[in-house]
Ligand binder design. Structure first.
Ligand SMILES: NC(=O)c1ccc[n+]([C@@H]2O[C@H](COP(=O)([O-])OP(=O)(O)OC[C@H]3O[C@@H](n4cnc5c(N)ncnc54)[C@H](OP(=O)(O)O)[C@@H]3O)[C@@H](O)[C@H]2O)c1
Length: 288
């Protein structure tokens, strides 16, 4: 199936590593021009140099630009594509507005916004007695309000174009008790439905994709540390995690990216306001 994504323009927050980078890579392969954003510009630069080959160019020169030289433009003119990286903190209104302005100017619009920038698992891991309210507020500021900031700034560009896709990367902690940080993911489902009702008339769909436990660059060292603590092998830890997943294995970030690429495509115009799990079937609860 041709996803008809070629020529679209996407901004992926948290695109310097993990799930965000996998999404940027997949959209780049589908012919989408790409802006990636995060707080660390050097990490973004590394990611951009990994993404460029998927856009047809392996040796790219970069040029710094923007206020405070916060952005880098990669020269893909030989293949007629655009790729930029922008330093931005999504907890900051001014940073987000600057990010959206730069991305829209450089790419010639924003068709697809992937709201992904957040700490996986959140900052509040323990029980009630250890739940730090400042950490919880920081989690909500990044993942809920940060996503809303980006959508608010990007939506006018989509409204003017009469087409758009806003994709919200949630997390399956929304469907399980266990961590207080999980409440941010459930809040995103409400935001998704509310935004989709408002923006549908402009040809804009809004959907949440919930990853479950996902393999990213940080997984191997994380499972190594866990194995050392438990006095078992890393493979045993991974098997333990996989045993709670219907497909019997941990889902890779690239598999979350495939789902996002479809939802981002014109072919997915009938899906909006939904929360779609891409976790391989974690848990046994039934969700309508
Ligand atoms: N990995 C999983 O198993 C899993 C499971 C369920 C849900 N998720 C969700 O998937 C998303 C990505 O997770 P991941 O595992 O890929 O995380 P990751 O590897 O830690 O990457 C997070 C990305 O977000 C950026 N970021 C974080 N805070 C930011 C901020 N305030 N402003 C701008 N950028 C920021 C990071 O770069 P900087 O630090 O340089 O800013 C990085 O690019 C998150 O929303 C997470 O909650 C992940």
């Amino acid at each position: 199936m041709d996803l008809e994504l070629s020529g679209k323009k996407a901004l992926i927050t948290g695109g310097s590593r993990g799930i965000g980078k996998a999404i940027a890579l997949e959209l780049a392969k589908e012919g989408v021009d790409i802006a990636i954003a995060a707080r660390d510009l050097d990490a973004l630069d590394d990611a951009a140099r990994d993404i460029a080959p998927a856009m047809g160019s392996s040796h790219v020169s970069a040029q710094a630009f923007g206020p405070g030289r916060r952005a880098r433009r990669y020269d893909l003119s030989a293949v007629g594509r655009r790729l930029i990286a922008v330093r931005a903190d999504t907890t900051d209104d001014d940073d987000v507005q600057a990010l959206i302005n730069i991305a829209a100017d450089e790419l010639g619009g924003i068709d697809i916004l992937v709201n992904n920038a957040a700490a996986p698992g959140g900052l509040v891991g323990g029980g009630l007695a250890h739940a730090n309210t400042d950490d919880l507020l920081a989690d909500i500021n990044t993942k809920v309000v940060g996503y809303l900031r980006c959508a608010k700034a990007a939506a006018p560009h989509m409204q003017r174009a009469g087409w758009g896709r806003i994709i919200i990367i949630g997390g399956l902690a929304a469907r399980n008790s266990g961590t207080y940080s999980g409440l941010r993911n459930l809040s995103l489902v409400h935001m998704t439905k509310t935004m989709s009702s408002e923006l549908g008339q402009f040809g804009i769909t809004v959907n949440t994709v919930h990853p479950g436990t996902t393999i990213t660059e940080r997984s191997t060292p994380m499972y190594e540390r866990q194995a050392q603590r438990q006095g078992v092998t890393r493979e045993e830890v991974e098997a333990q995690v996989a045993s709670g997943i219907a497909v019997g294995r941990i889902i890779d970030a690239s598999e979350v990216a495939y789902v996002v690429a479809f939802i981002a495509s014109p072919k997915a115009g009938s899906i909006t306001g939904e929360a779609i799990a891409a976790g391989g079937g974690v848990g046994v609860a039934v969700h309508q």
